[in-house]
Ligand binder design. Structure first.
Ligand SMILES: *Cc1c(COP(=O)(O)O)cnc(C)c1O
Length: 824
């Protein structure tokens, strides 16, 4: 336990002000994650271009009384009842605290790093060792400069083993993580490519990762990667006291892998360790899972876990899905299914996501007993009840004996139901109604909440369009970091480029973008009805939509005298003045907008029309992504400046100027003006490869195989006998067609789909609801997943094969295909 003044001592500073000396239990870096104000210490960690100082007062109002701030903070007099520590570098202070906390405990710690598989290996080691040890581990994938200290802070006296992840993207970072984690056992998973921009090459990346293990007594890795093997060898020579344990196919490995055989969905692993032959089975068939399992096996053998016990637990290795998924449910519900391992951090993340959903008036939570306890049961469930109260849920359906025994603690929730197990709830299910609400399912694996899920979700067409909300956040963050003080309008027209409406807008609102833009008033109305409060610009306004524009506070784009006059007359008749509008200028696109010749009349109109207020003036670039059009882009910008200056004289108020779309944000930083309009980049596409490498593709279009047959040479497949077989071939029929938005242009070998890691060409013509593909030589079965595009197989490539652009493919995906939203 630390008091505020203990923490000041550790940081070696005298508090700026300290009216009280509260006990500090929680460290907070994200103001939205506040749960227990009295014992929280908030760190003002700024993101690029965004100060965290304003959150101090927000939290102060919510009862937080302890803060660590830097010298840019000056609001002490507004928070006289709070204690403050002022430091030069807030992140550094957080890390210092973690370091001091860590050295108080002598428990063994496993430190895991690597490019892929860190979280899976961490969760699997937890699964394999939690019968033997009291384990503290990083929640989710908290492995950054901020995530690691927050993970370390959880260590307490009861723990007998720590398992922490360390992730880095630049040189020099690992040293700081090492000083906090102080691993006694180091584990390095896979290395991957040096794509992360912070490294010169793979060698440098490996060297940096190895520096996590400074001071460890053992290092464990897989030696099949020759570069990794060589670098570990060099490193080991400099660390005479460190034991190096490896697994791999050659004889010189600690665990020599003799054979791995997959049958169906399982793999048998045969290996030799200290002259003994060992055999294990794991319930996975993919290469990455086998590697991760071998890494775990090597760790367990090093820890002297008996072979029989390893075998027993490997047999039940869980899927580490780490997915928070939102689907359409029965009776107009949205159902969020959280398959993260059930612990307090993931509960808090899931409740945050629930809180961001404004589309339905009610919120219901299904919660099971929690097995991964950080403290004793009572402390845990008190925290859970505080968390649920804070998130203002309407109904709690709690399942499990521990929750049931503490039902009184949840009395503040308007409606609660308690069941000892999932079966009892299923029996009672017919007495419940679920309607127009957002439902969160958060259960530990043993409770089998998938049985509840299957009652609540609507059955779907087999094709789904999966939207990765974490990737979307990543892309947004990339642009926000780039922009610093420029405002950001996000284009969510056409169902957010096919990805969704309120589902995307809720995320954008939570991430504090400045503006949204839609194409038509109806799209804006839908967002308002789903609780989106951000200002919304509507690009195509016609008289039929005026009433809704006013009713829902939607701001029109004014692009012609006809629309301007009609709108002004409409407002005048209702005695409305100062309604915000956005003037569209035509600087070369020749689509919508006022031209240079119109400017005198525009100015006159503005002078005479108190009904409207110029909120912004904007134009659109015709070829911001195209280097050969840079001169034209410059010309457009000059014309834009000239026209804006004329309007500024008469506008009577300051207005925002904006010109750039996604490509302009990165290619023409000098054309950002006051705001930019982000579109395609948010969904992961950019024409500049260096930018594209920093973005993640957001959408994956998937379907399944309905039938597989062999078609003989000379026979044909599909309409008009277009798909003629030159040799005997295995043909799979998949559930997607042009009515779903899969372009007919992709027929007859133009297109390919991705099945079990291989590409299968489209055979014959694409049909309305089905398509045939050649799976000869691919291990494919009926029911297997087929990826039409996604991170594995870019929509950009699919578009170019179909002779179009990604925009058309994305927006063309039929509404009959269900969208599924998830966080990974
Ligand atoms: C669609 C649109 C954008 C966004 O363009 P991207 O190329 O997707 O970034 C920007 N401005 C206007 C006026 C648009 O219609």
């Amino acid at each position: 336990m630390y008091t505020f003044s203990d923490i000041a001592d550790i940081l070696q500073v005298v508090p700026e002000q300290a009216p009280h000396n509260p006990l500090i239990e929680q460290l907070l870096t994200d103001s939205r994650k506040l749960v227990v104000p009295e014992s929280t210490l908030f760190f003002t960690i700024h993101s690029v271009g965004r100060s965290a100082n304003p959150f101090v007062e927000t939290l102060y109002e919510q009862g937080v009384r302890a803060f660590v701030v830097d010298e840019s903070y000056n609001g002490f007099s507004r928070c006289t009842d709070a204690s403050f520590i002022v430091v030069r570098d807030v992140v550094d202070a957080l890390q210092k605290l973690a370091k001091r906390h860590r050295v108080r405990f002598s428990l063994p710690v496993i430190g895991i790093t690597g490019s892929n598989g860190k979280t899976v290996v961490k969760e699997w080691l937890y699964h394999l060792l939690n019968h033997t040890y009291q384990i503290v581990k990083s929640p989710k994938s908290y492995n950054s400069q901020i995530g690691v200290p927050l993970s370390i802070w959880q260590i307490n006296n009861q723990h007998t083993l720590g398992i922490f992840e360390a992730g880095i993207s630049q040189t020099q970072e690992m040293e700081r993580l090492n000083a906090m984690i102080r691993p006694s056992i180091g584990v390095i998973t896979s290395i991957g490519e040096a794509h992360a921009s912070g490294f010169k090459n793979v060698e440098e990346k490996i060297e940096e990762k190895l520096s996590l293990f400074e001071g460890a007594t053992a290092l464990i890795y897989g030696s099949n990667d020759p570069v990794l093997k060589r670098k570990v060898g060099e490193y080991a020579r400099k660390q005479p006291g460190m034991k190096i344990l490896s697994w791999g196919s050659s004889e010189d490995n600690t665990v020599c892998v003799l054979e791995t055989i997959t049958h169906g969905a399982t793999t048998s692993i045969h290996c030799r360790y200290k002259k003994a032959l060992l055999h294990f089975n794991i319930p996975f068939a993919d290469v990455a899972s086998v590697s991760n399992a071998l890494t775990c096996i090597t760790v367990l053998l090093y820890l002297n876990v008996p072979e029989s016990m390893i075998r027993e637990h490997l047999h039940h290795l869980p899927v580490v899905e780490m997915r928070l998924e939102m689907k359409e449910g029965i009776q107009h519900c949205s159902v969020i299914n959280d398959s993260y391992i059930s612990d307090l951090t993931s509960l808090s993340i899931a409740l945050d996501f629930l809180e961001q959903q404004h589309q339905h008036p009610r919120r219901t939570v299904f919660l099971s007993d929690i097995y991964q306890l950080r403290k004793d049961k009572d402390t845990t469930y008190r925290y859970v009840s505080a968390l649920l109260n804070k998130k203002k849920i309407d109904r709690l359906i709690a399942i499990g004996e521990d929750l049931m025994q503490r039902r009184d603690w949840f009395a503040k929730i308007p409606e609660t139901h308690f069941f000892p197990d999932t079966e009892s709830f299923l029996l009672a299910y017919p007495q419940f109604t679920f309607q127009h609400e957002t439902i969160l399912l958060k259960g530990a694996r043993v409770f089998g909440f998938e049985r509840i899920m299957s009652l609540l979700e609507t059955k779907t067409h087999d094709a789904v369009f999966e939207i990765n909300l974490s990737a979307l956040r990543n892309n947004l963050r990339f642009y926000q970091n780039h922009l610093r003080n420029t405002k950001l309008m996000v284009m969510v027209k056409a169902f957010s480029y096919g990805t969704g409406s309120f589902e995307i807008a809720n995320i954008l609102q939570h991430a504090k973008v400045d503006y949204l833009a839609v194409a038509y008033p109806d799209e804006g109305v839908e967002l308002r009805q789903a609780g989106v409060r951000l200002p919304i610009m509507v690009m195509n306004t016609e008289e039929a939509g005026f009433a809704n524009m006013v009713k829902y506070n939607l701001e029109p784009e004014i692009y012609s005298f006809r629309i301007a006059t009609a709108w002004i007359r409409y407002l005048e008749a209702r005695n409305i003045t100062g309604f915000p509008v956005h003037l569209k200028l035509d600087t070369g696109m020749h689509r919508l907008g006022f031209e240079w010749n119109d400017i005198t009349n525009v100015c006159m109109l503005l002078r005479e029309s108190p009904q409207i207020k110029v909120q912004s003036v904007f134009s659109h670039l015709v070829g911001s992504e195209n280097p050969s059009l840079d001169t034209f882009t410059k010309h457009q910008a000059e014309l834009f400046n000239k026209m804006c200056d004329e309007i500024a004289v008469v506008a009577g108020n300051a207005f925002l100027r904006h010109l750039g779309n996604s490509a302009a944000i990165t290619r023409h930083p000098d054309l950002r003006y006051d705001m930019v309009r982000l579109g395609i980049g948010l969904y992961g596409m950019d024409s500049v490869p260096e930018v594209a490498a920093r973005l993640q593709e957001v959408g994956t279009l998937k379907t399944t195989i309905s039938q597989i047959r062999v078609v003989k040479a000379g026979d044909t497949v599909g309409y008009n006998r277009a798909g003629r077989m030159t040799k005997d071939s295995t043909i799979a029929t998949i559930r997607i067609g042009y009515a779903d938005g899969y372009p007919r242009m992709l027929g007859n070998g133009n297109g390919q789909v991705w099945i079990n890691g291989k590409k299968a060409p489209v055979v014959g013509n694409v049909c309305m609801d089905m398509t045939m593909v050649d799976v000869s030589g691919i291990d494919a079965r009926e029911g297997d997943t087929v990826i039409l595009f996604g991170p594995q197989y870019s929509v950009q490539e699919v578009a170019s094969r179909a002779g179009t652009i990604p925009y058309e493919i994305l927006t063309g995906i039929s509404q009959r295909i269900k969208r599924v939203y998830y966080h990974d």
